[in-house]
Design a protein around this ligand. Sequence first.
Ligand code: NAD
Length: 476
Amino acid sequence: MKTKIEPSFRESVDLMFNRAVALMELSPGLEEKIRVCNATYTVRFGVRLRGQIHTFTGYRSVHSEHMEPVKGGIRYSLAVHQDEVEALAALMTYKCALVEAPFGGSKGGLRVDPRAWEEHELEQITRRFAYELIKRDLINPAQNVPAPDMGTGEREMAWIADQYKRMNTTDINYRACVTGKPINAGGIQGRVEATGRGVQYALHEFFRHPEDVQAAHLSGGLDGKRVIVQGLGNVGYHAAKFLREEDGCKIIAIIEHDGGLMNEAGLDVEAVRNWITRHGGVKGYPDATYIPEGARCLEEVCDILVPAAMEGVINIGNAERIKAPLIIEAANGPITAGADDILRQKGTVIIPDMYANAGGVTVSYFEWVKNLSHIRFGRIGRRQEEGRHQLLVNELDRLNHGIGDAWELSPDFKQKYLRGAGELELVRSGLDDTMRSAYQAMREVWHSRQDVTDLRTAAYLVSISRVAASYRAMGL
Ligand code: NAD
């Protein structure tokens, strides 16, 4: 029997791209132009740490510049390599097109284990990496705008913004050179939670369509659904927390780098997160069964599987054994192309990464706009909106008194109605709208074309046709 060979992450992205373009009528030249990664810059730099010079390798790939700036996170991990960064950059192109964020695709990575260095050392490393990218305009508000990814967060983004400012002292838009910054350094409310929140909104939209829910052999809404989450980092933690606290899901398993936790009655996400912060992993957590080989938990019976850690975790080695009828790819590339074939044949519904985790780039887009406009969303209109609502409530109260207090507005209604939208409410509203529209664009293709049998192919079709339209508008 011929053993199947697992394609690499980048080959997986290309295979999925090819499957979609085979259903489109693109000229071969344009198809190739969209598929290839435009450029990858590799840098090796030395930093003097702990009395000796350490050399680090970093990458910044630009996949497509059909729109500028290009956008994509910076990842810190020892596993970073050029192919991975290029695959992630390609996904960014398609993701931005799908959620109509006006950016091309890019991605960066630094081969470093962030846990191995002290904070001040990481700052030195980050500033040096940023310096190398900034001087080549690979970080620039108009050309290339990074964001957090695995192993990086607000702290690193603040260092990068500050480094850019030091090197561009007269650039009034310096804060727009990177997104995912802390609020006090030009960030936006709701960015930290954005990707996890987007996963939640994606599931809300999915469950608004009974036909789609049925395709996954499920019924009803999110309440009571049994969920398994892999990776309790930024994305997985927020997704699990919101699904549990706001939608009534039961998180029956959490898988981390050192093993898995299972509890049929549901895990307390906040308590597990605190445990990880204190102990560095899930091992020893009291209210659950500990499974040393965490990946095994991916194969447990559940309603929704949320891989939110890293790529390639569902592959030809375990795809047959995956029982979840619905998988939402919160991480980038968690399902290899080989596994995707197996799962599609089994009838598993997969909500693809380029859509499912697009909440991060969507709110990054809002942050970039905020930085360029130099004003917080809601600052101008909020009190005016509240004033007009107050007028209406006063008038209703007056009319009510006129008819002998026959009815009354409930205090809860008044409180909610009178409150004008601040930045967080506006960001969530914009994110929700984006996730709904993008899902509807995908499902329209999924349901209207006989030759499209899954959401991933539909997502590629929508985004590739948008990227192609941009290139054509440029005369290509
Ligand atoms: P993170 O570093 O905050 O969290 C990753 C988590 O996964 C960590 O808790 C880590 O311990 C855990 N982990 C590592 N190896 C594991 C393993 N083998 N099994 C189980 N858990 C493991 O990273 P993040 O920002 O949450 O990103 C996670 C994924 O989401 C990545 O694929 C990333 O590209 C994608 N993503 C992130 C964002 C964002 O805004 N942060 C946006 C879009 C996509």
